[in-house]
Design a protein. Structure first.
Length: 283
C-alpha cells in the first residue's frame, strides 16, 4: 500500500543513435511529421523498465515479468488457474475464479502491478488490470535531424553471393543528438484499489528508470543516457495539485542551435511547490 500520489519527469538523450525505430518508416527514428520533433513511445520505455527489473530481480518471487518472449500469454493465464486450483476452460464464466486469478497475476508479476494488463483472452482469462503507473510518449525538446549512412560488412550471407562479392552493404538511420522529455504518473488510489503496489515496488521503479539505458546499450541505439529524474510527491493519496501545474515547473531552454550535447540546454526548476507537494531530484 502507498500513501502518496506521484508525478515525475524524465529527461534522457541520445547521441548518434536510434532511440526508437518506426516500423512504418523502415525502422528510422520516430518523428512527428508536423513539428519535426522526435518521439519515443511509452511501450519502448516500459520495455526497458521491464528488462531492467528482470535483470536485477529475475527469479525472485513477485518479480516475474508478464510481457516478454518466453511463452504465450494465454499459457501464463492458464498457469495462474493451475496454481490456485481453479477449474480451467470456463472462459471466464466463474467471476470469482477470474478475480482470484487476477489477484494472483498482480502478486506475481511486477509489470502487471505497475502498468496493468489486458488478460481477458483464452480459455482461462484473468481479467483486466488498470495500471497505476502510466508514462506518456517522450518528445524531443528540439526538432531532430535524421541521417542515413551506408555501412559495409565484410561477410556475405549466401554461398552464391560469396562467389561474386566479398562484402555486403546496408543502411543505418540515426540522430546526431536529441534531448527527450517524458512525463509519468503514479496513482496511489488506483494502486491500493487494484494491484497492491508497494513502496518497495516504487523504489525499484525509480532505480529502473535511472539505470534502464545502462543495461540496454546497442550499436543501433548509440549513446543513450538518463539525465534527470524529477519526482513530485504529494502528501495525500489523491494528490494536492494537478499534474500539469507541476510539470510546468520544469523549463528547458536551447542555448545553441543545433544542440549537439546535453550542456547545450539550460534546465531550470521552480522549486516553489504548491502546499502538500515535495520535489525530489533522484538524478
Amino acid at each position: 500500500m502507498i500513501n502518496n500520489r506521484y508525478d515525475f519527469v524524465m529527461l534522457f538523450d541520445v547521441e548518434n543513435g536510434n532511440p526508437n525505430g518506426d516500423p512504418d518508416a523502415g525502422n528510422t527514428p520516430r518523428i512527428d511529421a508536423e513539428s519535426g520533433l522526435g518521439y519515443v513511445t511509452d511501450v519502448c520505455l516500459k520495455r526497458k523498465i521491464r528488462n531492467y527489473v528482470e535483470l536485477v530481480k529475475g527469479g525472485e518471487e513477485g518479480y516475474n515479468i508478464l510481457v516478454k518472449m518466453d511463452k504465450a500469454l494465454n499459457t501464463k493465464f492458464t498457469d495462474a488457474y493451475g496454481n490456485n486450483d481453479l477449474k480451467k476452460g470456463q472462459k471466464g464464466k466463474n467471476k470469482n475464479d477470474v478475480d482470484t486469478a487476477r489477484k494472483f497475476m498482480c502478486k506475481n508479476y511486477y509489470d502487471v502491478r505497475m502498468f496493468g494488463a489486458v488478460m481477458s483472452t483464452g480459455d482461462d482469462p484473468c481479467g483486466i488490470v488498470r495500471g497505476p503507473v502510466q508514462i506518456n510518449f517522450a518528445r524531443s525538446i528540439s526538432p531532430v535531424n535524421i541521417q542515413d549512412i551506408t555501412i559495409t560488412r565484410q561477410a556475405v550471407t549466401t554461398e552464391d553471393d560469396f562467389k561474386n562479392k566479398n562484402n555486403e552493404m546496408g543502411k543505418k538511420s540515426f540522430i546526431p543528438y536529441a534531448l527527450y522529455r517524458a512525463e509519468g504518473y503514479v496513482s496511489a488510489a488506483l494502486a491500493n484499489k487494484t494491484t497492491d503496489l508497494s513502496e518497495d515496488d516504487l523504489e525499484l521503479l525509480w532505480k529502473a528508470i535511472i539505470n534502464m539505458f545502462e543495461e540496454d546499450h546497442s550499436a543501433a541505439r548509440g549513446k543513450m543516457c538518463m539525465r534527470k529524474l524529477i519526482i513530485f510527491k504529494h502528501d495525500s493519496v489523491l494528490g494536492n495539485c494537478p499534474s500539469h501545474i507541476l510539470f510546468d515547473k520544469i523549463s528547458i531552454t536551447e542555448n545553441t542551435a543545433p544542440p549537439r550535447k546535453f550542456s547545450d540546454y539550460s534546465i531550470s526548476i521552480d522549486e516553489e511547490m504548491p502546499e502538500g507537494v515535495e520535489i525530489i531530484e533522484k538524478l
